[in-house]
Design a protein around this ligand. Sequence first.
Ligand code: SF4
Length: 469
Amino acid sequence: MRDEQLSEQFYTEDKLHEECGVFGVYSSKTDRNVAPLVYYGLFSLQHRGQESAGIAVAHDGSIECRKGMGLVGEVFDPATLSQLSGPLAIGHVRYSTAGSSTIENAQPFVSRFKLGSIAVAHNGNLTNATVVRELLEDAGVGFVSSSDSEVIINLIAKNYKKGLEKALTDTIQFIKGSYALVVMTESCLVGARDPHGIRPLCLGKIDEGWVLASESCAIDAVGGEFVRDIDPGEIVVIDQNGVLSFRFGERTRKAVCAFEYIYFARPDSTIDSVDVYQARIRAGEILGREAVVPADIVIGVPDSGVPAAIGYGRATGTPFGFGIVKSKYVGRTFIAPSQDERERAVSVKLNVLKSEVAGKRVVIIDDSIVRGTTSRRLVMLLRQAGAKEVHFRVCSPPVRFPCYFGIDTPHRKDLIGNANSVEEICKAIGADSLAFISTGGLLEALNGENGYCLGCFTGEYPAPTPGEA
Ligand code: SF4
């Protein structure tokens, strides 16, 4: 029952969902215990996945792993954490799609075989996982989970007799889709990013060691120093000799997930040299330029809509205010079984500051509109609070297509942007006006120098989708 309730909650929330965060630490001091650092790193990546958490530690030629369902703080109490000790460790937080919320899919995955042990933590989604899985099963490899990450670890294990580097490059050339990987053997830490760099991964420095993390905020959390992003198509091997970098495959177009900047990543992270907070401010400024409307106040839907509202206010001269309060405590365990209750649940999570909006023409900015249920409820709450006019502005283009690269999207028919015009969406959510940032405006906000994946807005994907892979 509990799994059903959790899935229901996740499945119905009116946002796209990140699927994972990865973290790894290597210390050249063999008596150092880095498990607590991984614990702190995972805490700061908790926004990337709240379903399960795990840490694997290498020590004295073996790998120990603890993982469980729940938040990092629920899975790891002091007693559990104290069972893990060693100078080399990786960790993972996971968000799961409906139906796969099981401990078997929690990561890291650990494989022990006659040449040694490896552990893998993966963020992303393989588009040819089914084919690779069938090939491995035909070769006699058994699986315990439905996770793509187990496909990766079994491929590495199968190739391991060729040596780690060759096993990694062979594996990586075989898999398709998106991946930010941290892999650990008994003596080295490895990071790899897919050839398009769809999911983020960065490198940091700590005293006598190195850190790999999905986002730079996790390097800050352990007192490390950000060094650089891992390049698309790059593998780094970190051991007592330092950081060895090599590339696999031919150079391809960089295509970082645009939604990382719009919504998923923490505002205090920098991804591929773009400051996430500043990108959100710029998106608001550009929205102001593209779709200004006379108003008395601009407010943002917490959290990621707030910097965009600040930017809109700066660009248009509209006073910025905190018009919406978000409950910090409504999260994973909030249950809303029926459509009616789900819509009402928005008011438990987000409430309007009546004194800020009553009698005013309000511009409200959100990062995205996915199903439209939250937007409709917010417009209604603003009107009930006495807003004279409600103008909705959105810092991403309409979400019209599914994501195949590690983000959980509702069925296409449930995406309000799929079959409806902007005017129809405006009517459906009950706003006085509605405007989305243009695709060009979004690219400008992201500083345009990187290539970006815009697949869920345009239907054009940087890599083959399942069936094409
Ligand atoms: S399709 Fe959308 S959510 Fe998926 S990787 Fe591309 S931009 Fe990100």
